[in-house]
Design a protein around this ligand. Structure first.
Ligand code: NDP
Length: 289
């Protein structure tokens, strides 16, 4: 089962793109399950299916809401709720469609050791770009730099993000893939060059913190910046292109990915979720039942 940052928003009783979870009702979210009984053609006992009724041990899933999972050799099924699932598609769409990556762009990705960020940066690298990342620990920085091949990576705890970003990208950036918001966003606005573009994917630094944003947007006007938010569920039509392009990179190892798998099923799931918000994961955070 997947735990995802957007679930934090579902714990607030406010209108949003994803409706709030209700007290007393089960939570839900992406999961992969094994079919134990089926009344639907095309699904048989033992099949693995991806569905949206996580946060429970047994689910009754409608056939049209289940997708059979057949992983290529060497790729775990769990990848279909990670690097080849919603987080992967988010990285692909955010970088290529929303930020409209162009030849020669210098790209900055925050949350670079996470599920979305680690893939966004690798796609940009595979397309020949200079990529800078930020992450929250020396171990994560080492993974992103040495294994994923980003050109420069900093630990955002080591000082002001604006200073760390300036050191990593002295001539500025053209694209910012924002997973974090707050101070990272402010620093990126400053670093973006004329007609730079930002894909506003997430703002995890503010999910538990309602204090006002530490930036002002005047610079975005002067530099003609394009700052564009997006929600991945609007882009399901891009799934096939994503699988066709990124699937082979995952299968042949050109894209590397990690999963932090918490054992212990439903009992362990709340702790796994809290740990995700605190940076306890490298790559995709999952719970095994
Ligand atoms: P991650 O795998 O990146 O996990 C969350 C990470 O956020 C943690 O590991 C932690 O890493 C980092 N983090 C937590 N608090 C802070 C903070 N205060 N400052 C900086 N980093 C912090 O999650 P996902 O890849 O699933 O999601 C990444 C972002 O993308 C999230 O903001 C999420 O909401 C968003 N998202 C948006 C979608 C959309 O449709 N727009 C779809 C999917 C995801 P570290 O140790 O580096 O701090």
């Amino acid at each position: 089962m997947s735990v995802d940052p957007y679930m934090r928003g579902r714990m607030k009783d406010v209108k949003s793109y994803s409706p709030p979870w209700q007290i007393g009702a089960p939570c839900d979210g992406a999961a992969i399950g094994e079919v134990v009984a089926s009344k639907v053609d095309g699904f048989a006992e033992g099949d693995l299916v991806q569905h949206g009724l996580g946060w429970r041990e047994v689910s009754v899933v409608k056939g049209q809401h289940a997708l059979k999972v057949v992983a290529p050799e060497g790729v775990p099924e769990s990848a279909f709720i990670g690097v080849l699932g919603m987080p992967g598609l988010t990285a692909y769409v955010g970088l290529l469609d929303i930020a409209q990556l162009r030849e020669g762009d210098v790209v900055f990705v925050s949350g670079a050791a996470g599920a979305v960020g680690s893939l966004a940066g690798q796609i940009a690298k595979l397309k020949g770009h200079t990529v800078i990342g930020s992450a929250g620990s020396p171990e994560k920085v080492a993974w992103v730099k040495d294994e994923l091949g980003f050109d420069a990576v900093f630990d955002y705890h080591d000082g002001k993000v604006s200073k760390l970003l300036r050191e990593a990208a002295p001539d500025g950036i053209d694209v910012y893939f924002d997973n974090v918001g707050g101070e990272h966003f402010a620093a990126a606005i400053h670093a973006l060059r004329l007609r730079g573009r930002a894909a506003l994917c997430g703002a995890i630094s503010s999910y538990n913190d309602d204090s006002p944003a530490p930036f002002q947007l005047m610079q975005a006007i002067g530099k003609r910046l394009q700052l564009r938010g997006f929600i991945i569920t609007d882009h399901a039509d891009r799934r096939q292109a994503f699988i066709d392009e990124v699937g082979p990179w995952v299968a042949d190892g050109r894209v590397k990915f990690r999963e932090t798998i918490v054992e212990g099923g439903i009992e362990a799931a709340p702790h796994a979720f809290i740990d995700l918000l605190r940076g306890g994961n490298t790559g995709k955070m999952l719970v095994r039942f």
